[in-house]
Design a protein around this ligand. Structure first.
Ligand code: PAF
Length: 284
């Protein structure tokens, strides 16, 4: 596996593959890779001759009081994992390489609507940072397809919308969430949890599946069902920011709908966890 840190070298290598007619799958990450990330690489392998990953902890998508400085940076271990997953090229640029003119006055990509609810309401500017860096990475890599985890459901929706609106010539592929045995979705931030917090963290998934089961069982009092689970999680030590039922496109659900997504963000101590489950129901 090649590890490349500069845009010039990246262009040189990708140009050679493209001239040889090879399709390129791309999985952008912030590193500290776990099984969920490796699934993205495996999916990429199935769709393309070449798999490119990036590792870049993007300052643009972190708020002033968030964890940019302490976000785990584990390049050597990540390189070994990507090598093992059959990745062809890792692009691991510095902040200066990604934003050579600095970040003041940088052109931003903003996807209205879908970025203003749920995560967007609690992390103002976050999705502008994500959309902008993903747009830059797409311009640099020019992949045929790009893979993103469904764990960040809203992020995936934002990227799909950006790709559609800006007519980007690539396919976006969502990859299902990987979970630990107790249901906790794999995330680089899980390692911030203390042992006691980790023992409780699976309760988030239990609340999501409780709502999902109620939906498949025919309940449609969305707000009451959500509030029950917000209360349950808050009572056992979480600080729930949102737990909502939405349509798959994140619109407001209707009783006649047959597909839903239940999304949650909750703090456990200092760690902010997000998760979601998708629910398909029989028509009522
Ligand atoms: O999901 C992530 O790790 C990041 O938001 C992404 C897509 C790599 C953009 O920085």
């Amino acid at each position: 596996m090649l590890t490349i840190h500069t845009v010039a070298e990246l262009r040189l290598q990708l140009g050679a593959w493209r001239r040889a007619g090879e399709r390129i799958a791309f999985a952008p990450t912030m590193g500290n890779l776990h099984r969920g990330h490796l699934r993205l690489m495996e999916q990429g392998r199935q769709h393309a001759e070449r798999v490119v990953a990036s590792i870049f902890v993007n300052p643009l998508q972190f708020g002033p009081n968030e964890d940019f400085d302490r976000y785990p940076r584990t390049l050597a271990a990540d390189q070994a994992a990507l090598e093992g997953a059959g990745v062809d090229l890792l692009f691991a640029p510095s902040v200066a390489e990604m934003y050579p003119q600095g970040r003041d006055g940088l052109t931003l990509v903003r996807v209205p609507g879908v970025t203003e609810i749920l995560e967007g309401a609690f992390r103002p500017g976050h999705f502008d940072g994500v959309a902008t860096v993903v747009n830059i990475l797409f311009n640099l890599v020019q992949p045929d397809l790009a893979l993103f985890g469904e764990k960040d459901y809203q992020q995936l929706a934002v990227i799909r919308r950006m790709v559609a609106d800006l007519r980007m010539p690539l396919q976006v592929v969502g990859v299902p969430t990987e979970r630990d045995a107790d249901g906790l979705a794999l995330s680089s931030r899980n390692q911030y949890l203390s042992a006691a917090e980790r023992a409780r963290a699976g309760e988030i998934h239990r609340s999501l599946t409780t709502v999902a089961d109620a939906l498949t069982g025919g309940r449609r009092d969305f707000e009451a069902m959500s509030q029950e689970q917000r209360n349950r999680l808050n009572t056992i030590g979480f600080d729930v920011q949102y737990l909502d039922v939405r349509r798959p496109d994140l619109g407001v659900p209707q009783a006649s709908d047959t597909a839903f997504v239940v999304l949650v963000a909750a703090k456990l101590g200092n760690t902010r966890l997000i998760d979601n489950v998708q629910v398909a129901c029989r028509p009522m």
